[in-house]
Ligand binder design. Structure first.
Ligand SMILES: [Zn+2]
Length: 360
């Protein structure tokens, strides 16, 4: 399986950089006789295009062209009576053979059935491999209800527009493929990798369950002398967490754990340093560090950012370093490719790149 990064940076969907919850994966087929993924990359990398997906699978080679970061909210399935799968599902398009010709709706004729079947087999098999990788990456159970859906199934569940893909293609070419079979093939392709049940553990992603009042009550009970600045920071955990799809209450409890409930006693941590390969991501949780006045707002945002980083399972070479120079935050955002892009405060960063680096 070859994944070729081809982000559609001119597409407004990419530029908006909203997040999906990574709750599932949706399989599509492009609905036109275009086998080349690069053709879609070329035509969709366009500010006028009102659609955007996470990847196209080339029907000539089986190569996967990743067109959005997996975490971004795509524009791949529209919506239905119960909302939009764009909020929850990563969307992947399989390209279609050049020897078919649509005659109306999802019906087509085919001038070379063996060649068409070969192309469809190629995209199916790559999709199985890709979905298996994504299920491992985002700890999804491919057989659980609603996790892997076709566009057609999404429509039937009320979260997608009225399309028949991709089973319309499989059925008319008599491939013998079904979505149930696809899900089982994904499960098999995951091999012996263990997928924790959805009920085990606590996910960092999602919506906070504790309220700001509950969080304040908790920290005051644990540390009656807690600084007012910490109390003031609590709503920021929730608002920044919500903006990033991270549970602010979990991020806050992590701060409590690592700072000895902000007593900085019984904890070695006043400055949290996480060594990650060659990087030394640093974030600062307190305004009391070695007499340096730290902007609490930025400290909180940095923490949310690092929490996102945990959730990405270290797949990216990204790390976060928030550096304060003379009390002034100076951040350099660096893409995962390592190119220096811009210098700006962290607040301005959110829309720019998914897991930004912050370099000294
Ligand atoms: Zn579709």
């Amino acid at each position: 399986m070859r994944i070729i990064e081809s982000f559609l940076k001119s597409n407004r969907c990419y530029q908006k950089a909203e997040q999906n919850t990574r709750g599932g994966l949706m399989l599509h087929s492009v609905g036109c006789p275009q086998p080349s993924a690069q053709a879609f990359v070329g035509s969709w990398n366009n500010a006028e295009k009102a659609a955007c997906v996470h990847a196209f699978i080339d029907a000539n080679t089986g190569d996967i062209y990743q067109t959005l970061p997996w975490e971004y909210r795509g524009w791949h399935c529209g919506s239905g009576a119960k909302g939009s799968g764009n909020d929850t599902h990563i969307g992947v398009e399989m390209c279609e053979p050049s020897c078919i010709k649509y005659t109306g709706g999802a019906t087509f004729t085919c001038s070379n059935i063996p060649a068409a079947q070969e192309a469809v087999r190629r995209t199916y098999e790559s999709a199985v491999q890709l979905f298996a990788e994504l299920c491992k990456k985002f700890r999804l159970d491919p057989l659980a209800d609603g996790v892997i859906l076709s566009h057609e199934e999404g429509h039937r569940r009320g979260i997608a527009s009225n399309h028949g893909d991709p089973v319309h293609l499989w059925n008319q070419l008599k491939m013998g493929y079904t979505m149930d079979g696809f899900r089982k093939a994904v499960k098999a392709a995951m091999g012996s990798a263990t997928v924790p049940a959805a009920s085990s553990g606590t996910r960092i992603t999602g919506t906070a369950q504790a309220t700001a009042d509950q969080m304040r009550a908790y920290i005051k009970a644990k540390n009656p002398n807690v600084a007012q600045s910490v109390i003031d920071m609590i709503p920021l955990y929730l608002s920044e967490g919500a903006a990033e799809g991270i549970r602010g209450d979990i991020a806050f409890s992590q701060s409590c754990l690592e700072t000895g409930n902000f007593t900085f006693k019984g904890s070695a941590v006043t400055l949290v340093i996480i060594a990650f390969k060659a990087y030394l991501p640093i974030f600062i949780l307190t305004d009391k560090l070695a007499g340096v006045l730290v902007n609490l707002d930025l400290g909180c945002v940095a923490h949310i950012c690092v929490t996102r980083f945990y959730d990405a399972y270290y797949q990216s070479a990204a790390a976060c370093i928030l550096y304060y120079l003379a009390g002034v935050p100076v951040c350099h955002a660096v893409s995962t490719a390592g190119a220096r892009l811009h210098d700006k405060p962290m607040h301005a960063m959110r829309a720019d790149s998914y897991v930004p680096h912050f370099y000294v």
